[in-house]
Write a protein that binds this ligand. Sequence first.
Ligand SMILES: Nc1ncnc2c1ncn2[C@@H]1O[C@H](COP(=O)(O)OP(=O)(O)OP(=O)(O)O)[C@@H](O)[C@H]1O
Ligand SMILES: [Mg+2]
Length: 301
Amino acid sequence: MKVQECVLAEEVVPADSAEAGLWDAIVVSEGIKARLRNQALLSLLVRPDLPFEVTALHGLCTLYGPPGTGKTTLARGLAAQVAPFVPGRAVRRIEINPHGLMSAEHGQSQQRVSELLGDYVPGLASDGLPTVVILDEVESMAVARSAASLAANPADVHRATDAVLTALDLNAAEHPHLLFVATSNFTTALDEAFLSRSDAAILVPLPEPEALQEILASTLLTLSGKYPALGDLARSSSMGRIAKAANGLDGRRARKVIFEALAQRLDTVLDPGTLTEDDLAAAVHSAAVETSGPEVSRAAH
Ligand SMILES: Nc1ncnc2c1ncn2[C@@H]1O[C@H](COP(=O)(O)OP(=O)(O)OP(=O)(O)O)[C@@H](O)[C@H]1O
Ligand SMILES: [Mg+2]
């Protein structure tokens, strides 16, 4: 696999981009969004003028938490959030998925990681434009060396992680217009030295019932553009109870549960506007049982 193939997207996002919708679609506490945005702005605006020895800032934020909680979407939406505040009012976004980089061939992984992060990515951003580099699912690249003895080729994994750290150190010193945002489903498998280089490690948790209600309602409201009756369902007083029963679902599953509810009956497939509270409650119940087991689900009722 060539390192270029790990770069899924590369684009310049202007301040007035329609991408603001990405960030708005994720329902998390405002504190999480503010922390990510502020840390990113500090990295891009303040850090470049200060010596690295003084700030010890690497220009790396790590978003971690359970699957389906909005980490990748927040990382993608960040460029549009910071663009209004940077000179030129535009931010480049480079999206990297390191899967496939960890070659089985001896010594190849380390070389490719160095090439990608030390060479190719800085080359894409050589015009000096503030750039957000997303390292999605970074655990595949920065594996904890303490756990690497279980891997097929531990020495290679070890060296690849070293290469990530070296590249981060070099970029921090030489390319302070690069801000890395890593996402991960877990932190225990992430290398400690990688986590220590993160200027902020931000937990993106499972949504609370209040957030679940907002996610369910916003999905219904979007559908109500085409099926107006779903607007009434979104605003109905039973949504609070349904959202409580959904406790334990992640944000991705909460959006999908609306479609799972529609799929329960042919009538609602053919005319989604006829979806009832009972349909939705039944689908939420099944999803909660699947996710957390019958005991927890009963307790939520
Ligand atoms: N907190 C949330 N609020 C609203 N929607 C959410 C939330 N979390 C996830 N979603 C929905 O789920 C989809 C997938 O989210 P995303 O890929 O960003 O999650 P993730 O945390 O990166 O998941 P993974 O860890 O599996 O990669 C989003 O497009 C969004 O529709
Ligand atoms: Mg993700």
